[in-house]
Ligand binder design. Sequence first.
Ligand code: PMP
Length: 466
Amino acid sequence: MDGNFNKNDLERVVSADKAHVWHHLTQHKPFETGEPRIIIEGKDMRVWDQNGKEYIDAVSGAVWTVNVGYGRKRIADAVHAQLMKVCYFANSGGSIPGALFAEKLIDKMPGMSRVYYTNSGSEANEKAFKMVRQIAHKKYGGKKTKILYRDRDYHGSTLAAMSAGGQDERNMQYGPFAPDFVRVPHCMEYRKHELGLEHLSGREFGIAAANQIEDVILREGPETVGSLCLEPVTAGGGVIEAPEGYWERVQEICKQYNVLLHIDEVVCGVGRTGTEWFGYQHYGIKPDFVTMAKGVASGYAAIACMVTTEEVFAHFKDNPDDKLNHFRDISTFGGCTAGPAAALENMAIIEEENLLENCTVMGERMMGNLQALMEKHEIIGDVRGKGLFLGAELVTNRETKEPADEKDVMAVVADCGAQGVIIGAANRSIPGRNNVLCFSPALIATAEDIDAITDAVDKALTKVFG
Ligand code: PMP
């Protein structure tokens, strides 16, 4: 940590924060006596707080974002140069980095064609929802407006994105929600008893879980269903990879009932799952919409993208004399040039440093370490995930799979923090039972980093659960 800030400056920062900042997802009462953690510097996998305490960041900025790690000078330089050239012009026109990043991104996404720039994952998803609605009005006489989303998935914090929210704890007290969003069941093998599918396993289970989506389409009427929005690997709902057979069957169902497939890559996108650039590319999925945000520029600038096929795009450019016949949407800051300038460098770093491969190798190492912890600690009921996107579900009873108490789970998170390792917890599906420990270190993680993270978890589990 450099010495740019002296102790007095930092005390002022802490008191200004305590007096005026409203933190996300935070109950502020404890700050009347304590103080929030303020991260004042980051380098590679490590961050430092206001007290000079060093942490390994095992969650890439707390929410799966800083994929290439902190302190990347070449991203900062590229953003600086671009801002000095031209910082902004509304995206109804174009920009140099906007054009070049779109070209580079589409090169990584065979079958996809058009990039719509916006600011956040929530907005990117909303853009796709609006397109589905507009297609319904243009092509299907106002039918096919329904958007299906899955139990345990999350698509954002704005009200329509929350209407597609499958995590009940997040939605409580914020209703009523937008109409024509319909929930389909989750596909989690570990909790297949909730689906009445405990007698099935492997591929048979995957197909049966996907068939539950078909049941919903038939119940609602296929002529009313416009799209199906899914995370390729569910993040905040508990780090859930779909079972074998699932995606193949989902794709067939979408084709059969003329339902557009929207894949939310906000967490998985841009390398997080290893080997492939996007989560959906592991499973042979052919989406109509792909949305992404967090890893696109690793948090160096705010940027999100909604990517479509040329077929979707074509709906909005036929009949040019009809004034209503284009996508009538704008996102002011979708015209910021810092986003695509940072995203271009971010992608170049991942390529040049072979981070997709490193993610796979380090993900396997971390999975091995977590499996060893599961043998040692009865409280771990399941470990799962893909690449450097992993979770460990804590249960008080491996037979009944009763989720561990959130207070105990948060005690593990806090103890890791005290040891200098920042980890997270997820599963907002069951209020008060946020019972999945989450790990998503930067794609640059080394074997030493991974082992240090799982060693801290081991110690914390012993301390909290014995
Ligand atoms: N989709 C998924 C899968 C997410 O995890 C998130 C954010 N955690 C979002 C969408 C929303 O992104 P944002 O917070 O940038 O609006």
